[in-house]
Design a protein around this ligand. Structure first.
Ligand SMILES: NC(=O)c1ccc[n+]([C@@H]2O[C@H](COP(=O)([O-])OP(=O)(O)OC[C@H]3O[C@@H](n4cnc5c(N)ncnc54)[C@H](OP(=O)(O)O)[C@@H]3O)[C@@H](O)[C@H]2O)c1
Length: 419
């Protein structure tokens, strides 16, 4: 029975919190804290009478370590779930360390200000040393490993769907289906349609930074970087159909390359429609994806933040999104001396998610695993110490909870592969 502080109250948080409240046996008390407290209060009111979890709310600026520490010291949670933005990962980790509580998040650190010279120096060295140039990487959070170990604390990094479930699928495949895994192709397909010419499924600023970065994959012990959207494949996704997908850099590749012994190649593909790509290219070409502030009529504005203000709030897409997502991993390798290929995937229906929780499937497929990771840390089933990703724990209890809490998975032992 735990007391959990959730920071953030956007699209993903709304699902994670409602799922925590369906699991009152673990989540006895929960505080929802975010920058805009009215959103937390609205969600608390929506949950009234539907859960035995005791819900309270608070205001916090998670960019400010002292504010987060003060909130933790007054609420005294066992675990903090960070479902705000990746910009707040390090401040919340600092506060958790200072106060002696476990930490959980869904996305690895990236700075809000990518022009910060201190950060840039380290970033440029990392680009050269490792060979990929995305703004996000694990080095910042892995640097906390010894501190969390010394404090006897767990920092569970990246428990969304991808990263998160895709890494649990990898650990599960290794435990139950393979002696050696040689290749992993992670395929993220959103076959949903929200009817807008252009919108993103989660925070637009973070999403557009991610998909406009050069693509990269891991092969034979090193990164290979390619121009954004330059590797395209078509795949026939079960229950969705044929879609074009593009190779992206993605954070779980970094952790899987470290944690799956002997893996030779790891790639990540995401589906995009032509309209999305055309809009994104146009916005990029005119400078709207820039994170560098400009002066407009005497006001400093950051183009990508201004764009975020114009785009639909991802949390508002629920009622109008129809179709399904199919996210999973294709593994090849060896079992008992023979070559083997399997695919483990989940299919999630946007309208079913909306009926259950009022959210679209992207928030749903991220929020459910955020709750599961938090529950496993809170009840001590996942109890390793340090900064760890989901592939570093026993996958079985996580896989059982996926089915129990709305994300059942399928193992296909004869899947189509990606060339
Ligand atoms: N692993 C995965 O599969 C996956 C998939 C999708 C998303 N994600 C991650 O999930 C996280 C949430 O995404 P989302 O789509 O839910 O984003 P969102 O809708 O933009 O919500 C972000 C929330 O964080 C709050 N927030 C922002 N800055 C804050 C600060 N300084 N202090 C306190 N609260 C702050 C926002 O408050 P306001 O209401 O005041 O803006 C909002 O409630 C992101 O880190 C994203 O990268 C992971």
């Amino acid at each position: 029975m735990s007391r959990v502080l959730v920071i953030g109250c956007g699209g993903v948080a709304q699902v994670a919190i409602q799922k925590c409240c369906q699991n009152s046996a673990v989540f006895k008390e929960l505080c929802i804290a975010s920058r805009t407290k009215s959103k937390c209060d609205d969600l608390k009111n929506k949950l009234e009478g539907k859960t035995s979890t005791i819900v309270t709310t608070a205001q916090v600026d998670a960019d400010n370590v002292e504010e987060v520490k003060a909130l933790i010291n007054s609420y005294k949670p066992d675990v903090v779930l960070n479902v705000a933005l990746p910009y707040q990962d390090l401040t919340i980790m600092d506060a958790c360390l200072a106060c002696g509580v476990h930490y959980v998040d869904t996305a690895n650190y990236e700075p809000e200000d990518t022009d910060d010279p201190e950060w840039r120096k380290i970033y440029e060295k990392r680009c050269k040393d490792l060979g990929f140039s995305a703004y996000f990487d694990y080095s910042w959070q892995w640097a906390y490993d010894q501190k969390f170990k010394d404090a006897g604390l767990t920092a569970l990094l990246g428990t969304g769907f991808d990263p998160g479930v895709t890494s649990v699928f990898s650990a599960y495949a290794l435990k139950h289906y393979f002696d050696e895994i040689h290749t992993i192709d992670i395929l993220d397909c959103n076959g949903g349609d929200h009817g807008y010419p252009f919108a993103t499924n989660f925070n637009p600023e973070v999403n557009l930074r991610e998909v406009s970065a050069p693509g990269s994959y891991w092969e034979d012990g090193h990164w290979i970087e390619v121009p954004a959207m330059s590797i395209k494949r078509e795949y026939d996704f079960p229950q969705v159909g044929k879609k074009d997908m593009y190779l992206l850099h993605h954070e779980e590749i970094e952790a899987l390359a470290k944690n799956i012994p002997g893996v030779k190649r790891i790639r990540f593909f995401m589906t995009f429609g032509q309209s999305y790509l055309t809009h994104m290219k146009c916005l990029e070409n005119v400078g709207m994806l820039s994170t560098t502030p400009i002066n407009f009529n005497g006001h400093e504005i950051v183009p990508i933040q201004f764009l975020k203000a114009l785009l639909p709030d991802p949390a508002s897409l629920g009622p109008r999104t129809v179709g399904k997502t199919n996210i999973g991993c294709i593994f090849t390798g060896i079992k008992d001396g023979k070559e083997k290929t399997i695919c483990i995937y989940n299919v999630c229906d946007h309208q079913e998610c909306y009926k259950e929780l009022g959210s679209q499937a992207i928030s749903y497929t991220t929020g459910v695993p955020a709750m599961i990771g938090t529950a496993l840390v809170a009840n001590g089933i996942w109890n390793k110490r340090g900064t760890l990703t989901t592939d570093e724990f026993d996958p079985d209890p996580y896989m059982e909870m996926l089915t129990e809490f709305g994300l059942p998975w399928i193992v296909d032992e004869n899947p189509a592969t990606v060339e």
